[in-house]
Write a protein that binds this ligand. Sequence first.
Ligand SMILES: Cc1cc2nc3c(=O)[nH]c(=O)nc-3n(C[C@H](O)[C@H](O)[C@H](O)COP(=O)(O)O)c2cc1C
Length: 324
Amino acid sequence: MENRVCRLLGCKYPVIEGGLAYVGNGLLAAAVSEAGGFGQVGSGGRTAEDFDRQIQLAIQHTNAPFGVNIPISEHRDPKDYFEVVKKHAASIRAVSLSAGNPRPLIGPLKEAGMIVMTLASTPEQARKAEAAGADLVICEGTEAGGHNGPAELTTMVLIPLVSDVVSIPIVAAGGIADGRTAAAAFCLGAEGVQMGTRFVATEECQAHNHYKRALVDARAEDSVVMERSLGHVTRVLRSPFVEQIWEQERQTPGDIETLLPMISGKRNAQAALEGDLDHGWLNCGQSTGFVQDVQPAGVVLRKVVQETASRLQEIDLRCRSWLQ
Ligand SMILES: Cc1cc2nc3c(=O)[nH]c(=O)nc-3n(C[C@H](O)[C@H](O)[C@H](O)COP(=O)(O)O)c2cc1C
């Protein structure tokens, strides 16, 4: 599996832990990197001080390279977070930039010696990221948990279309949680995969146990979209609370004032960290359908890698006769 993604990120396997708002903690990032993948400390939902603390935890728990995620527009003052990144520049291998315009930030981060990864949900975004100097593009299909692009392209369609227009390595995200889905991503043209939902249901993740159990119990069709009336696509776990949000969206479509108290990050934290699923909502991708247990992150990673390798080998063997 050694390829351009592994070389850029300094990891053994091209499997990345996505930025996870509120629940992407330092111990989880360290566990993923320690097992040969590429962990990321999330800044989404954290104060700059907590982000700093989580990076320090990752540094204490692994010598393997890891990265950080910055959802640009979700921070009132992204500058504070970049200061933290600068402070730890010697320990952070890569920064992923999402939720906003990454272009002005790519140059300064690269000058500070970091690999820059940007999120894209259309081929055009990926092309612009490459033109602006991104080292790698993470292409996220609409199956993914959390905020998705408004075009709602699926991973299946997005990855091959992006591979037609960029030459930097592509990492596929959205709907990937086992060897079958990861192998499919490689067949589509990706050189790596990023998983979010699957890594929430791990022992090291700071998510509340109610969240982890809910992912194990959920079916793929329990991953639903809210905030459509606001022009957003936010993929969450269906629950009576999310149904109340839908009802409010029907009554006052697009009215941010009325909706904000229900859809705010505070409500996400209430469910994700405190386990109060009656008064908060949870990010959740369709890949929840593959989540069957809560395991150490290293066990999850190794299983995905082994399954991917044997699935690709099987396909190779099966198709060889077609070429003769
Ligand atoms: C709980 C959760 C929180 C997320 N928070 C962020 C975030 O803060 N920044 C970001 O770039 N992506 C975020 N995402 C997206 C993931 O990084 C990843 O791309 C996505 O989960 C991949 O799809 P999957 O859910 O099918 O694995 C989040 C996803 C989940 C499930």
